[in-house]
Design a protein around this ligand. Structure first.
Ligand code: AMP
Ligand code: MG
Length: 354
């Protein structure tokens, strides 16, 4: 290379560096963490005005807390938290009377019911009696008897949940029925928080709600946000890296609340048709714009067999799916080829395009 060519290249690099420096200098970062819905939530936003960033994030958290309170299934009866939970009041009146609820509760339950039907019952928010029986909400989960499971199963069916959109009421037909929004509320609240940030004009943000990720725009370097999907069997390892712009990525996996009994592993995502932990998949990640939908679908695709999940995902516009199956295979929607980076093809079988 001659001196003549080196100089223009050096100038270009320098100018490029200067432009990048100017670009990133335009943004200040503000981050705030809060414990909500049993998880550590973290919101990071970028913008020019620190005061606006703070105000927007506070408003986003207020909205998340409102949804969390509506959907909370665990407060003690008689407390203020119990009275402000639509889910507690609906469960309390099961088999008795319809209960007036918030518009957001109606929206969550109608969306949940839609995907129960689409998944032929693999997903079902009336799974409450089963969850309670297994004890996954508490500290001492255990294997129930087959008779207990059979009895609980008679109370699990979304078709016995009557959501009246006009009257804003919800009624559970059978006494003993119980809603559990564990697979719905976090994603729904995350999406609501993203809308609030957008209303404040925030165009760069990352919300991490315990693995439910929602990003707005691009990162402060104007690149796609990069998200790692956890290896479900090796802690601290990443199985794949996803670039995200203006979308969400939500993972359902079997490593959150699991225990072993009689040599078998049981975890908190149940197949409502059998009453036992779902067994086909160990990690299901859904990438789609709406974090609420991604949360529901991650659970749907966790429960369904991989082949069915990939087929169903292909029929849903804007929905992409990444699976690690129980037989140690990585499978994903064909549209992810080219953007997803598989980092653990040594640990799992991965045939691209299959
Ligand atoms: P996720 O981590 O989003 O997959 O949600 C798991 C949570 O959803 C569990 O802790 C239960 O509260 C609830 N759940 C478990 N199994 C199901 C199911 N088949 N359909 C709907 N919700 C479920
Ligand atoms: Mg979910």
């Amino acid at each position: 290379m001659t001196r003549r060519t080196i100089l223009p290249i050096a100038v270009l690099v320098l100018l490029g560096g200067l432009a990048w420096f100017q670009y990133s200098r335009r943004f200040q970062e503000y981050r705030s963490d809060q414990f909500l819905m049993d998880t550590l939530i973290s919101i990071t936003v970028y913008g020019k005005n620190q005061e606006l960033l703070r105000t927007a994030v506070a408003a986003a958290y207020a909205e998340m807390r409102r949804i969390a309170e509506l959907a909370d299934g665990f407060p003690q009866p008689g407390t203020a938290a119990w009275r402000s939970s639509d889910i507690c009041r609906i469960n309390d009146q099961a088999g008795k009377a319809p209960v007036p609820v918030d518009d957001d509760t109606v929206a969550m339950l109608l969306q949940a019911q839609k995907y129960s039907r689409l998944s032929h019952g693999a997903f079902d928010v009336t799974v409450g009696p089963l969850m309670e029986l297994w004890g996954f909400g508490g500290n001492n989960p255990h294997l129930p008897s087959p008779e207990q499971i059979r009895a609980a199963l008679t109370l699990v069916n979304s078709e016995d949940m009557i959501v009246n959109k006009q009257d804003h009421t919800v009624f559970l037909r059978k006494a003993g029925m119980k809603l559990d929004l564990g697979a719905v509320a976090k994603g729904y609240a995350t999406e609501k928080a993203a809308s609030v940030l957008a209303q404040y004009g925030i165009d760069k943000a990352l919300i991490d709600a315990g693995g439910n990720i929602r990003v707005i725009g691009r990162n402060s370097r104007n690149s796609p946000w990069k998200i790692g999907i956890k290896d479900p069997r090796t802690s601290d390892a990443i199985v794949a890296i996803l670039p995200l712009v203006d979308t969400s990525a939500v993972t359902s996996a079997d490593y959150y609340r699991a225990f072993e009994e009689q040599g078998k592993r049981y975890h908190h995502i149940l197949d409502p048709r059998t009453g036992y932990s779902a067994t086909h998949t160990i990690s299901a990640t859904v990438i789609t714009k709406d974090a609420g939908l991604a949360d529901i679908l991650s659970t749907v695709f966790f429960v369904l067999p991989a082949e069915k999940s990939l087929e169903l995902a292909a029929t849903l516009p804007g929905v992409e799916l990444f699976l690690v199956t129980a037989d140690s295979r990585i499978r994903h929607s064909p549209t992810l080829s080219g953007t997803i980076e598989i980092t653990r093809s040594d640990a799992y079988r991965y045939d691209e395009g299959r």
